[in-house]
Design a protein. Structure first.
Lengths: 121, 430
């Protein structure tokens, strides 16, 4: 069973995405901000995919992408955010993000993207 | 008369008083001032009229007309005071409203906060319900799938059993047919034997005839023996013996004929009974039974693909339900988007509240001008926007403002418009 690590400061986002992915057969781990997410990653968490929000307290998504990429070099990282500006996309791409999804993303589209970026999903 | 409305009124806001109390107090003071002003004007006019009456000769021309005209003017001015009691001087209005704006913003901020919490709680409940629907659907699907699987196994087993029974019945039917045929052949052979036995009847008649002739011969021999006298005594004995043999032969022939007839009749009876037995419905019953078994087999053959179709339909339906649930869960993202927008609205209301409080103090002469102008505050909003809809809404308002030729252009407008046009695709894989 493939695992997905969700990082978002919104409880509703975490719950709805967690349910969507679990229904689709994925194991899901969550964190409410970038700082706690990074702690889990440095603690040995090795998910098959990371989906992170960008605007979060304590540590934003771009910093998390940058720091997580140092530990998990080949793990795909998707940004799922309300931000749609090209400048931030470019920055995320430069920091090692795999893709950029603008909320709201339909559940079907999300699962398609997950299957696309996670080998063997 | 407007300067009478400039009477300073203390409407200093306090945390303990409600907006309604302030409004009532404000109206009461306005009413007192209005009636006081009206009384002063009327008293002054009465003094003027009294003075004029004292110094103006009674028979002077136009005295009455001028006093009447003056009374009308004063009356109109007094009425004007009455009708203008709701008029407030601009500085007072600005000062009062600025003082109340802080509370207004606080109320709106609280309402925004409550809206965020309410929508969050509702969405979380909906997520729980969707999860429950999915779990129950999955359990139901599993139960139905198990039932269908058992039904398929049972149907296949019954089908195999029916096939075996059908084959057995076919064998029995074939055996029954061959048995009937063999019996029919046996009966034919027996009929031939009966015919052959019946053909023995003329032989019995011939024997009877021979016996009769032998009897006649023995009688003649007895007559001749009697005529021969003593020499014919032995011959007489022989003749008697021949006659006795003839009688026995005749009797035997009759018994043979009777036996042949009885045997033939008995065999005919048996054949008749066999024919009646042959007409029973054993073979037909076997055929009917085989047909029933065949029908059962056909029905069972139809049941298995029906169960397969049912199972497939259930799987397809469950996939659709799951897809709908997943998409419904995806739609819950609206709450997060709205939350972020509302949180920024709340922050903006807070900054507007601070700004209005600073303006209130400035108007009251209690503080210097606020550290930043309102347009600078608006510029900060644009830098905090997180959704395209926020930038689009901001840009739309700015465009509407730009279309008004006399409207001043804010320093923040051009950057905000640019931000609204740098929208990327919704899904992008690098």
């Amino acid at each position: 069973m493939k695992s997905v690590f969700l990082v978002d400061d919104s409880t509703t986002m975490l719950m709805s995405l967690k349910s969507t992915l679990e229904i689709s057969g994925y194991k899901v781990e969550t964190a409410p901000d970038g700082q706690q997410a990074l702690t889990k990653i440095k603690g040995g968490l090795k998910p098959d995919l990371i989906i992170t929000d960008i605007n979060m307290p304590h540590m934003d998504g771009l910093t998390l992408i940058s720091e997580a990429r140092k530990v998990l070099r080949f793990t795909p990282i998707l940004a799922l955010t309300t931000e749609s500006q090209q400048g931030k996309r470019d920055e995320a791409k430069k920091l090692g993000a795999t893709g950029w999804l603008v909320k709201p993303v339909s559940g079907s589209d999300l699962i398609k993207i997950v299957k696309q970026v996670v080998p063997g999903a | 008369m407007d300067q009478q409305d400039n009477t300073p009124i203390d409407v200093e806001p306090s945390d303990s008083s409600s907006l309604a109390d302030k409004a009532r107090e404000y109206a009461r003071k306005r009413l007192v001032v209005t009636w006081a002003s009206r009384s002063v004007v009327l008293a002054a006019w009465a003094l003027i009229v009294w003075g004029l009456l004292q110094v103006w000769p009674p028979n002077s021309a136009w005295r009455t007309e001028l006093l009447a005209l003056g009374s009308v003017v004063v009356g109109m001015l007094t009425a004007n005071i009455r009708f203008s009691r709701q008029k407030v001087s601009v500085p007072d209005l600005i000062s009062d409203d600025l003082g109340l704006l802080e509370q207004c913003f606080a109320i709106l901020q609280k309402q925004v906060t409550v809206t965020i919490r309410t929508s969050e709680a509702a969405v979380l409940e909906m997520v729980d319900r969707l999860n429950r629907v999915h779990r129950l659907s999955a359990e139901l699907q599993e139960r139905i799938a198990t039932a269908v699987e058992h039904s398929q196994v049972l149907s296949r087993s019954s089908l195999n059993e029916a096939d075996r029974n059908g084959q057995a019945l076919q064998s029995l039917t074939a055996h029954q047919k061959s048995f009937v045929e063999a019996r029919r052949q046996n009966q034919d052979r027996i009929r031939k034997v009966v015919d052959q036995v019946r053909h023995l009847t003329p032989l019995a008649a011939l024997i009877a005839d021979i016996s009769r002739q032998t009897n006649l011969l023995s009688i003649n021999a007895s007559i001749e023996a009697a005529r021969a006298g003593a020499e014919g005594a032995g011959f007489k004995v022989v003749a008697a013996e021949v006659r006795r043999l003839s009688a026995q032969t005749s009797e035997a022939a009759a018994q043979i004929s009777q036996g042949i007839t009885m045997v033939a009749q008995a065999i005919d009876g048996e054949l008749e009974s066999a024919s009646q037995l042959e007409s029973d419905t054993a073979s037909e019953q076997f055929t009917e039974l085989a047909r029933h078994v065949s029908e059962i087999s056909e029905r069972l053959t139809e049941v298995v693909p029906y169960l397969v179709d049912l199972s497939k339909s259930m799987d397809d339906g469950m996939r659709e339900v799951t897809c709908d649930i997943i998409n419904a869960l995806g739609n819950m993202q609206f709450q997060d988007i709205n939350r972020q927008v509302l949180e920024q609205v709340e922050t903006a209301l807070g900054s507007l509240s601070d700004h209005s409080a600073a303006l209130y103090k400035l108007v009251g002469g209690k503080a210097p001008p606020p550290p930043q102008k309102l347009e600078e505050l608006m510029a900060r909003w644009t830098t905090n926007y997180v959704t395209h809809s926020q930038r689009a809404a901001h840009a739309e308002v700015e465009r509407a403002k730009l279309e008004k030729p006399d409207a001043p252009l804010s320093k923040t407008e051009a950057p905000a418009l640019e931000l609204a046009e740098t929208e990327g695709p919704k899904i992008e894989l690098f």
